[in-house]
Design a protein around this ligand. Structure first.
Ligand SMILES: [Cu+2]
Length: 136
């Protein structure tokens, strides 16, 4: 491989990265509001978003217990959380909210699929605190 060919590849790589960055920044976020309560339910418990567009979930805890919204195994970039739950797995998207608090969870899902979300507080998922995120 000669030097000129190599620099053309480098230029193409840079152009691809810049293109991706612009695409993410110019896309309008998909705003969602999810309520968490002490009946161990999310409202709504079914969410639908588009892939490769940023998602912003406002998580409102209407209860007197701490709750969170955790999604494990969903390919995502640009992940930002107001407060991750302590002990959240590394491949998780998660936001924790204290009683009567509101938090935010921002991410860009990169793969279509159906993903489970749940509350990672001990016993909450088992009590039914879970839902489904559809990425189309
Ligand atoms: Cu909970």
């Amino acid at each position: 491989m000669d030097r000129r060919y190599r620099s053309e590849i480098a230029l193409l790589a840079v152009a691809a990265l810049v293109g991706l960055g612009c695409g993410v920044e110019s896309a309008a976020p998909q705003p969602l509001v999810v309520l968490a309560n002490d009946s161990f339910r999310f409202e709504p418990d079914t969410l639908t978003v588009q892939s490769n567009r940023p998602v912003r979930i406002a998580l409102k805890n209407t209860g007197a217990l701490g709750h969170d919204l955790t999604i494990v195994g969903m390919p995502s970039t640009e992940i930002r959380s107001s407060q991750a739950h302590p002990g959240t797995p590394q491949n998780a998207v998660s936001a924790h909210v204290g009683p009567k608090q509101e938090g935010s969870l921002i991410f860009t899902p990169t793969a279509q699929g159906t993903y489970e979300f749940y509350c990672a507080e001990p016993g909450h998922k088992e009590a039914g605190m879970k839902g489904t995120l559809q990425v189309s």
